[in-house]
Design a protein around this ligand. Sequence first.
Ligand code: C5P
Length: 273
Amino acid sequence: MILLSPAKINLFFRVLRKRSDGYHEIASLFQAIDFFDTIHFSFSHADSLTCTDPALPTGPENLVMKALHVFRSRYSLPSGVTIHLEKNIPSQAGLGGGSGNAATALWGLNELAGRPATPDELIEMGAMIGSDVPFFFSSGTAYCTGRGERLEPFSLPYPLSGWIAKPPFGLSTPLVYRETRPLELPAQDPLEGLSRYPYFYNDLEPAAFRLEPRLHAFRERLLGMGFDSATMTGSGTAFFCFGKSEKTEGIVPFRSIQRPPNGWYSESLSFIP
Ligand code: C5P
């Protein structure tokens, strides 16, 4: 079985406060996009993971292996599973590549096991692996709250298409959150972000720009190229841009995608209004 593992962008990202458990209370409009890794699954004598990116660990710390571990702790699979991850989405980009891999692995394993897990159980297992994993079990668009794991459906009024730009350096998610100062952020109601859609902003930008000053210059360069907007996604360092630009070298186009009911993401199902 071969499944595509999509990326996401955060159309707006509000950080409300730091919680006593170390996480931050957030409210964000997440959107799946047609930027994919590919995951190959096959039955074999033992569980194993291989990856095209030699920089990524393939041991128990890999989110795909975590998904396999969480799934096996609840449900039975007829044999070992060999997983091969073809990596295309950059790491430390805020594009949710690793989280999408974990969600795709849970989806695929559930298919291989004969669908013992309900959609809510997939979301629950996803939340055990990472805050952004449950989102991928939404329709492809969701208003996410809590630490990001609570989903409310949202429908975009029209399909989105734009550009993804990623500088050659990344940022660590825990570091960006640690540098965030929620009390210094504009006290805007995140629900207003939904009512004022399209409305793009990211409360993690000030922290990311403090940690990596080249990021501010990178955004200015994108705006100088003619884009109408350039907003960081998640904890960075990738930006999503809208509008027309003449020079688009090194910048990849994206479209919003939707997950078909009871199915998984694919390249052809770009948008169901
Ligand atoms: O949930 P996940 O493991 O992806 O989170 C990685 C790290 O990002 C957490 O350990 C925490 O430091 C930070 N984080 C946070 N608030 C969130 C999500 C993540 O502070 N809502």
